[in-house]
Design a protein around this ligand. Structure first.
Ligand SMILES: NC(=O)c1ccc[n+]([C@@H]2O[C@H](COP(=O)([O-])OP(=O)(O)OC[C@H]3O[C@@H](n4cnc5c(N)ncnc54)[C@H](OP(=O)(O)O)[C@@H]3O)[C@@H](O)[C@H]2O)c1
Length: 250
């Protein structure tokens, strides 16, 4: 198999499970040196073990960091940049939900979701762009959601955070395009992960009714899109949102 990311340095936030773990695995299979950034040491270590077991000679490490914490991100990323000499690919995938109708949504529900999902993209991008601009090479991939495009009752905070990511992505794409750094989003639909397994059965049935392809997506199907955007295959794509949702939103 041709390795599309040979020796590239990739950081995947939220890479310890679900979609992020599938992206970390895919990138490792394509020869990238992968850094998984998430909070739980236990899940992070397990992800490194799992990927190393599946990919011979994989170079995967884990760094525990809260991506919503500006100081923590700066400290972790500065050390990584010193260790590896730069970052080629950044995937902002870490995300959470705290669903609630607005009438019941607390200020903390709003702030926490906006900080983990959207502010984190500011924290991590700020830490890597200087090096990417200097080397005139870099890929930033932000994982938004179809909910950021359509809105969803009970997810005002989550939808706002994901829509913010789309606006941020387009702005950064305009800033960094002249330096050969691309910035894109992927908007997954209903993907089978821990995040969606917590949703009620009625919600899952409703989602399936709205998916022309009639099934939920798999994390690997998002990872395939990330590989396209991170590799030479997607070299002339920037500022876009790649929707991977079985036709749910069109
Ligand atoms: N699953 C879907 O159907 C779907 C659809 C559309 C969009 N998405 C988006 O895709 C992304 C991944 O979703 P998923 O379903 O794979 O979620 P998941 O299984 O819940 O995994 C979330 C990941 O984010 C990490 N994370 C959470 N808070 C963090 C923080 N403050 N700092 C660092 N890492 C943090 C988690 O690790 P720790 O808890 O250890 O920190 C975990 O690795 C999210 O941005 C989500 O919004 C998912």
């Amino acid at each position: 198999m041709e390795q599309l990311l040979k020796d590239q340095i990739a950081i995947v936030t939220g890479g310890s499970q679900g979609i992020g773990k599938a992206i970390a695995l895919k990138f490792a299979q394509h020869g990238a040196k992968v850094v998984i950034v998430a909070q739980s040491e236990e899940r992070g270590t397990k992800a490194v073990e799992d990927i190393s077991a599946q990919v011979p000679n994989a170079h995967v490490i884990f760094r525990s960091t809260d991506v919503s914490n500006t100081e923590q991100v700066a400290a972790t990323f500065d050390k990584l940049i010193e260790e590896f000499g730069g970052v080629d690919i950044l995937v902002n995938n870490a995300g959470i939900t705290r669903d609630q109708l607005l009438m019941r949504m607390s200020e903390d529900d709003w702030n926490t979701v906006l900080n983990v999902n959207a502010k984190a993209c500011f924290n991590t991008s700020k830490a890597v762009v200087r090096g990417m601009m200097k080397r005139r090479q870099g890929r930033i991939i932000n994982i938004t959601s179809v909910v950021g495009l359509t809105g969803n009752a009970g997810q005002g905070n989550y939808a706002a955070s994901k829509a913010a990511i789309v606006g941020f992505t387009k702005s950064l794409a305009k800033e960094l395009g002249p330096r050969n750094v691309s910035v894109n989003c992927i908007a997954p639909g209903f993907i089978q992960t821990d995040m969606t397994s917590k949703m009620p059965d009625a919600w899952k049935e409703l989602q399936l009714k709205n998916i022309p392809m009639g099934r939920p997506g798999q994390p690997e199907e998002i990872a395939n899109g990330a590989l396209f955007l991170a590799s030479g295959l997607g070299a002339y794509v920037t500022g876009q949102t790649l929707v991977i949702d079985g036709g749910m939103v069109m």
